[in-house]
Design a protein around this ligand. Structure first.
Ligand code: ADP
Ligand code: MG
Ligand code: ZN
Length: 468
């Protein structure tokens, strides 16, 4: 059977670091990039006798995710020890949740795919990190005890592309919820992909392979695509897919066996004796506020008149959503500013979304000047560009750059009269029907006004004076 006769089935497990200030079972800082082993204490070092105490902020973030995705929030969930040996795990076990996780069920909205079901979301602590250098391998335990949620998705994805769309939507949702920074390279959002194939039209799931070590959206697609093809070839050539954990080698673009089912870890889970069951009362869960998710913001923007493509661009970055909100005024006009002048300035490194120099509400001042005829549309763009660069008050920019249009009726009339006085024959021809001379008159006046005349007002004045 050719590849086309097989249907890929993919289910993703995502580990997302929660944005708490301190770790899940101790008060150590979670900030990234500190010198190795400077953010540790007896608890997260796993020293004998040290007792964990739960960080409520981590629990609230898990509840927030659960509520956002419509999961059931367990009133009682259990901490479990997941036992294994690894140099980055000095205490020999990770505190996780196993049989009774904090959240179960629910689904993630994915644009273009509807929703993808979730099996569960549970809380756990992160392990440390092994650093392999030429001089040898070292262990950094700063990450040990950083809170994670593991989000286990149902096997409902049918292609590498769908898996990547799901991951993008999930990542952006967590960022909107303010519980994860979405940084794949730093490892704060990590993904394992379970892949199997089955003959199209059949229901029974094929044997799955778990892919680890995928740290970019491109690699997710590459690893899954490679794996689908590998499994189909295996079956085609009369073999069968072995249940395995495989590592993705992003330099060669291939997956390699790490361990097979026979050597699969037996974690010997058992309830954590040092922590009581996690109790989440309905009142506590009700108090946790859930901000809008990306798809809701997208709907709002498009309903307010913002073009679909512009709305998508804005929603892709919550900082743009915030700027759009703070610009205020007509949503469509504000969107054009965000995806136009602002996006260009960011591209050209004249603005940094993390540290804007201007107050978004000032944009409306520029619009006001434009609508009053003080600024031409070109001049308004120039003022906006300078506003973004420097944050100077728009009125001052207009003055410094000499961008104000002359709209004052008296000033314009004097120039119009002067132009007509020296263009007697053109005026005759105009009156006789050569209406396209209007451009000539306005041009003459503009020259005198050094391009600053309000063209609309000049048009009107000439027409009136010439008896139209
Ligand atoms: P484990 O804890 O050993 O990883 P789980 O049963 O919790 O096992 O499954 C983990 C993930 O594997 C889930 O995301 C699920 O969707 C996915 N999965 C399970 N069976 C299959 C399969 N046959 N093909 C693809 N994905 C699968
Ligand atoms: Mg797994
Ligand atoms: Zn600690």
């Amino acid at each position: 059977m050719p590849v086309a006769d097989f249907e890929p089935v993919i289910g993703l497990e995502v580990h997302a670091q929660l944005l708490t200030r301190s770790k899940i079972f101790c008060g150590c800082s979670t900030s990234f990039g500190a010198p190795p082993n400077t953010q540790v204490c007896p608890v997260c070092l796993g020293l004998p006798g040290a007792l964990p105490s739960l960080n409520r902020a981590a629990v609230e973030m898990a509840i927030k995710a659960g509520k956002a995705f419509g999961c059931r929030i367990a009133e009682r969930s259990i901490w479990a020890r997941k036992n294994y040996f690894y140099p980055d795990l000095p205490k020999g076990y990770q505190i996780s949740q196993y049989e009774l996780p904090i959240c179960s069920g629910g689904a993630v909205p994915v644009p273009g795919l509807g929703t993808i079901g979730l099996t569960r979301i549970h809380l756990e602590e992160d392990a440390g990190k092994n650093i392999h250098a030429e001089s040898g391998s070292q262990v950094d335990l700063n990450r040990s005890g950083v809170p994670l949620i593991e989000i286990v998705g149902e096997p409902q994805l049918r292609s590498a592309e769908e898996a990547s769309e799901y991951l993008k939507a999930l990542r952006l949702s967590l960022i909107y919820l303010g519980i994860n920074d979405g940084n794949l390279e730093e490892g704060s959002f990590r993904c394992d992909a379970n892949v199997s194939v089955r003959p199209r039209g059949t229901q029974k799931l094929g044997t799955r392979v778990e892919l680890k070590n995928i740290n970019s959206f491109r690699f997710v697609r590459q690893a899954i695509e490679y794996e689908i093809e590998r499994q189909v070839k295996e079956i085609e050539s009369g073999g069968k897919v072995l249940q395995q954990t495989r590592l993705f080698d992003n330099e060669k673009g291939v997956t390699r066996s790490m361990r097979s089912k026979e050597e699969a870890n037996d974690y010997r889970y058992f309830p954590e004796p040092d922590l009581p069951p996690l109790l989440v009362s309905p009142e506590w869960a009700a108090k946790v506020q859930v901000p809008k998710l990306p798809h809701e913001v997208l709907d709002e923007l498009t309903r307010s008149g913002v073009a679909q493509a512009d709305a998508r661009t804005i929603v892709a970055d919550p900082r743009l959503v915030e700027v759009h909100r703070r610009v205020g005024g007509d949503p469509r006009r504000a969107a054009l500013f965000v995806v136009g002048e602002l996006a260009r300035a960011v591209n050209e490194k004249e603005a940094d979304l993390a540290a804007l120099k201007f107050e978004p509400a000032q944009v409306a001042e520029v619009w006001k000047l434009q609508d009053a005829g003080t600024l031409s549309s070109t001049a308004a763009k120039e003022v906006l560009a300078e506003l973004i660069r420097s944050g100077k008050p728009p009125a001052r920019i207009v003055q410094e750059k000499g961008l104000a249009q002359v709209s004052d009726a008296g000033a314009l009339e004097a120039v119009v009269d002067a132009v007509l006085a020296r263009s007697v024959s053109e005026a005759e021809k105009y009156k006789a029907g050569k209406k396209n001379l209007l451009g000539f008159f306005v041009g003459q006046a503009m020259k005198e006004l050094k391009g600053k005349g309000n063209p609309g007002a000049l048009n009107e004045l000439f027409k009136r004076k010439l008896g139209d």
